[in-house]
Write a protein that binds this ligand. Structure first.
Ligand code: SPV
Ligand code: MG
Length: 431
């Protein structure tokens, strides 16, 4: 008997999958691979059921001879092991970003004369409904909140990008790229105080109040499923911070990052060019402990942000604070720097990791932007936040368009750089 292989990356079996199995059976014995969690989250949604449940679900399909684990998105290992005569897949993999997977399979099969079978991808009302149900489930607070902790266990480094609206949320949610034969996407979203304020034309000084910041979170959450890390600025008064923690946790936010500053907060990237006051270790620890005390689930994280390097207080001060904040209950440490050279941040990470290998480390490489994710991970960093790049790329593009319309007294000259209306409409999902 010939062997036909297909790989499933799904939380429910619907008629689309059964169509694939029915078509596959005509060619030989069917083996189905179930994609591991680690691989699935590189380009697909976070699984809403466990890997074991997905295996069991596929094992129940009639007509499947064998069920195996596929550990990578690309098929190298599985094809070398199984040497299938055929690999069958829905024809949706003829398009980006999955095209590169098909190319990978074609190359591997050509080594020994195997064949690809593309069958029409099934997309009807039932499939659409099943898909929407998974998305809705992933967006529910109880599923979304714990996702950051889950990702910290699954990803070598969790990648978050700044969002401040439904539209930027959709970009974070849906952007998947293929590069050098690998597929990748963002894991999480950062609700930046800088960009949330900037979008409202306001300075980043805790002027945009919590009610408004929560509205932004809600706009983002309405159209996304990925976990949210909230920039909580200083957290305000301890008496207020505890309410913020409760609200964020209830909304399904995964983490709040609070910085150890008091008084009028200014953006860290100003450093000592403006007056900024660092909190005392004792007072900031009291804030962290108070927050930890009121949270109701084990999912929610309170991450302490250390401003010692920003305020030029030195590495020892930063390390002393990190130790104290962890002892006070912080679930993670964010270390910030505005040096262009990443050495300052890396020195902190290396020193911190000498005595602590478990507490997640977060960095925001806006100034030290030449460092790669892999290099940061090698120094013990767990979360990288691209904190403002979407806002900083959109603003000049909008400004240039406005200038050119004024310059030419019509819109024709700008049109070639605009997204077609048809495309912008398809960005938005309809129920
Ligand atoms: C933000 O994005 O608002 C931050 C990061 O707090 S930074 O602007 O670098 O201080
Ligand atoms: Mg901020």
């Amino acid at each position: 008997m010939k062997v036909v292989y297909t790989c499933f990356c799904t939380d429910v079996i619907h008629e689309g999958h059964l169509n694939i199995i029915a078509a596959a059976k005509k060619y030989g014995d069917v083996i189905v691979g179930v994609l591991s969690d680690e691989a699935a989250i590189r380009f697909n949604r976070f699984p809403s059921v466990s890997f074991q449940e997905r295996l069991a679900m596929v094992r129940q399909i009639k007509g499947v001879r064998d069920v195996v684990v596929q550990k990578d998105i690309m098929y190298d290992e599985i094809i070398h092991t199984l040497k299938p005569d055929y690999v069958i897949h829905g024809d949706n993999w003829l398009e980006e970003p999955m095209k590169s997977i098909r190319e990978n399979v074609a190359g591997l099969l050509s080594e020994y004369g195997g064949t690809i079978i593309d069958i029409p991808y099934t997309y009807n009302e039932n499939v659409k409904h099943a898909d929407a149900k998974i998305r809705e489930r992933l967006a529910m607070p109880e599923y979304r909140r714990k996702r950051l902790r889950q990702l910290l266990n699954l990803r070598p480094i969790v990648k978050a990008i700044e969002v401040h609206s439904g539209l930027t949320g959709l970009i974070a949610e849906k952007t998947v790229v293929e590069h050098d034969g690998e597929l990748d996407q963002f894991d999480a979203m950062w609700i930046s105080s800088l960009c949330d304020s900037t979008a409202k034309g306001k300075p980043d000084i805790e002027l945009v109040d919590m009610t408004s910041r929560f509205r932004t979170i809600d706009d983002v959450m309405e159209v996304t499923t990925k976990p949210v890390i909230f920039d909580g600025d200083t957290g305000g008064l301890i008496e207020h911070f505890v309410y913020t923690v409760r609200s964020l946790e209830r909304m399904g936010v995964s983490a709040v990052i609070v910085e150890d500053k008091v008084g009028l907060k200014k953006n860290s990237l100003f450093g000592n060019d403006v007056q900024q006051i660092q909190d005392s270790i004792e007072h900031f620890c009291a804030k962290l402990s108070a927050g930890k005390k009121v949270q109701l689930t084990d999912d929610f994280m309170i991450i302490a942000r250390i401003e010692s390097l920003i305020l030029e207080k030195g590495l020892d001060d930063a390390l002393r604070r990190a130790e104290a904040y962890v002892a006070a209950g912080a679930d993670g440490i964010m270390i910030h720097s505005r040096c262009k050279d990443p050495m300052e941040i890396l020195a902190f990470c290396d020193a911190f990791r000498k005595n602590n290998i478990v507490t997640p480390l977060v960095v925001v490489p806006t100034s030290f932007n030449m460092i790669t994710e892999a290099e940061l991970a090698a120094h013990g960093v767990n979360v990288v936040i691209y904190a403002n790049q979407l806002t900083r790329s959109a603003f000049p593009a909008m400004q240039k368009t406005a200038e050119d319309i004024l310059r030419y007294h019509r819109a024709m000259e700008v049109d070639s750089r605009l997204m077609p209306i048809k495309e912008i409409i398809t960005l938005i999902d309809e129920l």
